[in-house]
Design a protein around this ligand. Structure first.
Ligand SMILES: Nc1nc2[nH]cnc2c(=O)[nH]1
Ligand SMILES: [Zn+2]
Length: 453
């Protein structure tokens, strides 16, 4: 309290330098020499001009000398949002990419996921995946765990302990003929989902929430889908699943659910297509299905590494955007081999360019648009954009301090005095975790890690 006209809000930190983010109107907005104040709740309290440091320090009651000044080659950008990642598959990320989806699930995925009955195995993998994704700049992750309630709760606890914003799903599946020891009965799935949700909500984690998670239509009976839709509806919960990833899967869903208009209709008729639903992939969705997505406010998680690695298809992201369906990016570890959202950005651009090679009239995504998908778009896809996604006063400060000139890093800045737009483009295309000097979630610095293990 240094001044009588000081605001009622207490300021915890003030940063000065370049801030790069997206808005609904501008894919990349560059704010140079700004002061950004974060309050003690971790929210952005003000954004002003660096020139106004004296008047702002009086108004907000902070010491001008306590301002953290960014270097010439540094900028803050919003933390990235991974809208689809299987934490449980991280143990074999980077391997086992030689089979198409359904064989891949039976051969590699289900046998590994069955191991999460063992809580110590789960603790080890989940600690690694949370740390790795945070270090890579994923401030928000939407996780699939496994069918095991206690291990899924443990993932939530670990995300909370490391300060990551997360949606965590206990996977539900009552159909699995190939690996029968990795499935539940419909009653088990229903009861354990209820237990998972109530136990997680009891923890009152500030940034970690449960998400209802039917694996996909081929793993769930209609009865189970119905139960899960009811649970989500009664508790106003997020929902995540997979849809139209491969043509073979779409064909089998048609055979298994002959009375529905489409794959999307299967989820819709079970109350699983809402404005808090995120569906991974959607490579083979029809225009009618995208219209239903738009109508319901459901979103698509674009997972280009996985789509290419498992030869599933190529999502036409431009078509999804033209339908005004919310779109985010996902790593889909381990169908996607990389746990880095920077990789998801690059593979999104590659896919868009591959579509352009096939059709030169195609409107290729720009790097600016893909930056928005990785940040604001992801937050909208997860219906978390009230809290995160860009630097708007009132939102939580979820941010990466990027240093493009870090010693020993992957970027050589040969042309001196490059502007921030070029630095952003270089970071997105060439950068890695060495360039991510600090990561903040809800105002708290979570990278570098404080603990030593
Ligand atoms: N990529 C991917 N697709 C799925 N469809 C159902 N389960 C999965 C999964 O674990 N990974
Ligand atoms: Zn997936």
């Amino acid at each position: 309290m240094t001044s009588s006209n000081k605001s009622a809000v207490d300021i915890a930190h003030v940063y000065r330098g370049t801030f790069v983010h997206s808005t609904d109107h501008t894919a990349v907005e560059i704010l140079e020499d700004r002061l950004l104040g974060v309050d003690t709740e971790g929210k952005i309290a003000f954004i002003g001009s660096g020139q106004e440091v004296d008047s702002l320090s009086q108004k907000w009651g902070f010491e001008a000398l306590a301002v953290t000044q960014l270097g010439q080659y540094e900028f803050f950008m919003p933390g990235m949002v991974d809208t689809h990642i299987h934490a449980s598959q991280y143990s074999y990320a980077g391997t086992a990419l030689d089979l198409p989806l359904l064989q891949w699930l039976n051969t590699y995925t289900f046998p590994v996921e069955a191991c999460y009955k063992d809580l110590e195995f789960a603790r080890n993998v989940y600690t690694h995946v949370v740390k790795r994704t945070l270090r890579n700049g994923t401030t928000t992750a939407c996780y699939f765990a496994t069918i095991h309630t206690d291990a899924s709760l443990l993932l939530g606890q670990i995300a909370n302990d490391f300060g990551q914003r997360a949606l965590v799903g206990k996977v539900c599946m009552d159909t699995n003929n190939f690996v029968p020891h990795y499935r539940e009965t419909p009653d088990e799935s229903h009861d354990e989902t209820n237990r998972f949700i109530s136990e997680m909500l009891k923890k009152k984690y500030p940034l970690v929430m449960p998400v209802v998670t039917p694996r996909f239509a081929l793993s769930c009976s209609a009865a189970l889908l119905g139960h899960l839709g009811e649970i989500a509806k009664n508790n106003h919960l997020h929902i995540q699943s997979h849809i139209s990833e491969t043509k073979e899967e779409v064909k089998l869903v048609k055979e298994l659910f002959p009375d529905y208009d489409s794959y999307t209709d299967v989820y819709h008729k079970h109350n699983l297509l809402t404005d808090k639903t995120v569906m991974a992939h959607g490579c083979h969705l029809t225009d009618e299905e995208l219209k239903l997505f738009r109508e319901k406010g459901a979103s698509v998680a674009h997972c280009p590494n996985s789509n290419i690695s498992l030869c599933s298809g190529m999502l036409d992201a431009r078509r999804v955007l033209n339908h005004k369906v919310k779109l985010g990016l996902g790593t889909d570890v381990a169908g996607g081999y990389s746990p880095s959202m920077l990789d998801a950005v690059r593979r999104t651009l590659d896919t868009s360019k591959a579509l352009t090679i096939q059709d030169p009239q195609y409107q290729t995504l720009t790097f600016e648009e893909v930056f928005r998908l990785a940040t604001l778009g992801g937050s909208q896809a997860l219906s978390l954009d009230e809290h995160t996604g860009n630097f708007q006063v009132g939102k939580d400060f979820d941010a990466l301090r990027v240093n493009t000139a870090i010693a020993g890093g992957p970027i050589d800045l040969i042309n001196h005095g490059e502007g921030p737009k070029v630095l952003l483009e270089k970071f997105l295309n060439l950068g890695d975790d060495r360039n991510i000097a600090e990561v903040y979630v809800a105002g708290k610095r979570v990278v570098p890690f404080v603990e030593t293990t």
